[in-house]
Ligand binder design. Sequence first.
Ligand code: RUQ
Ligand code: CUA
Length: 647
Amino acid sequence: MIRTTKFAMGLAAGVVTLLVAGCGGGTPIGGNGDAASAVYVAPGDYDEFYFFTSGGFSGHLGVYGLPSGRLLKQVPIFSQWAENGWGYSEETKAMLETSYGFVPWGDSHHPQLSQTDGVIDGRWLFINENNTPRIARIDLTTFETVEIIEIPHSAGNHASPFVTQNTEYTVAATRFSVPTPQADVPIDSYKENFSGMLSFVKVADNGRMSIAFQILVPGYNYDLSHSGKGPSHGWSFFTSYNTEQANTLLEVNASQNDKDYIAAVNWMRAEECVANGQGEQWTSNYVHNYFNDQHIAVSDMENGTTVITPATCSDMVYYLPTPKSPHGVNVDPSGLLIVAGGKLAAVVTVHSFTKMIEAIENEDFIGEVEGIPILRYESILAGEVENPGLGPLHTEFDGRGYAYTSAFISSEIVKWSLETFEVVDRIPAYYSIGHLSIPGGDTREPWGKWVIALNKTTKDRYLPTGPELTHSAQLIDISGDKMRLLLEFPTVGEPHYAQALPASLIKDKQVRIYPLDENHHPRATKTEADARVEREGRNVRVYMTAIRTHFMPDNIEGVQVGDSVFFHVTNLEQDWDVPHGFAITGANTSELLLMPGETRTMVWLPTRIGVYPFYCTDFCSALHQEMQGYVRVSPRGSSVPISFNTP
Ligand code: RUQ
Ligand code: CUA
């Protein structure tokens, strides 16, 4: 996220004072009377909403219940996750493949729930990875990452993975412009050689992603995005900063221009140009990972994308001048207002979609960059929100005519009217809010009960935990005229952005087991009678079953130092919430956690002779501690034959 120093440098000393003052003593909830009962969910009761937070530098997704703030799950995505073997087990490793090879860590930023007709539909959640440009798709019936696609010709995938109104596309854009395609050039040749890329990733009816086309744009930093809806459906908006095209000390050098741009992209026009053959085929190597019908992750190395340029496809991209290093761009529920959070701006700029279209028709341009007409600021402006707080970043909507903007430096949420553009309320956030989230707050139909502040620092708010303190979310009631702080709760990793949906949308669609008769894993063992151990040269394959409360086989001999032992473990349970785990002494990876009916594989490399125990790691029943076994390891070349017990 943006550092405070960046703002401090460019702004008056008063800002710094404010910031420091903001981190003073812990502030209790004052005068909020019934706050506790407003968030109390009695033991055994369900929360009303699922709340999905990005894990930031953990690479994962956090799942919480609202209003309680109770943590329900962490879904591993871009990083290995030892808790269940994600990225360690043979069946999931391929999910972390990229064109750079196996990448075990990622930086997840923006969860985006799929939409139909501009309303959250509960099918999937998309999330971007910033560092190695990727987009993942999580299936909301299993809470499992089922697909990850890499974005070629992009560096820093930040303005992503915002979806279009019917999830036709999820988008991606270059945060750090680079030579495109990559080339060995001097860094200070930025202006001649660096470009940005806006990528449109098609989402098929079954969710499968593919890169439809990419738009080559001038070398700025593309920061955030949102798509049009209703009347503006068919357009996507991307903020940019560093129109100065600085390649060093951006905190100063990219803060010179009064205005940077929002790129308005008419993607329906782009589709036309691609269909007319106006695109160019580029060599683009990128990896696409997904589960096959055996529930095993596979990686396809893809080659080639279609690239179009604004110069060859006219009427496709326009620049909306926007003060001052705009960060967030958000479209209101009507689809007519485009709100920009200029990080260094004194006002929140609101552009009018209707005026934008008129200005395009009238060719009301003040210039052009690389085939992209620049519209006149005054002609497209719907209004400016005065006194919106310092460092406005992101805006969401309550569906009742109000917008809520997060202000990083003054650390507050500012509520303003979409009609008058006047600020009507403000509430402090503790401390330094980045994104904010209203359930459905970036869609056509928000559930405007609460706004959740996603805070970057929490000094003094929680018990200290050494040099690093927790990040936090704050739940704020927005049902009345005045915002009211109800609850704050720690979050895992850095909660860049978050989205929520009513539990009723997906609660009853949860997969409870994987039916054994649909387990097509080629090394599944579906009955204990089929459990066995086979030697194939230096590989030993253990076809093992797990059921309360034993493994079969649980005594294995004939393994030798230097073998590779593949434990293919199938969980025979067909009951909800009965996973088994598997771990063995000396394993260099992680445990396996097996869902009912699932087969997962660990490779174990015995390096010393002896007898080694393995055991179930998940407390599955009263006799969980008895769920164990032994592997005997003999010296290399030993005459001990492979043997194992049978039922
Ligand atoms: S942003 S640093 Cu989503 Cu405000 Cu990422
Ligand atoms: Cu199976 Cu513990």
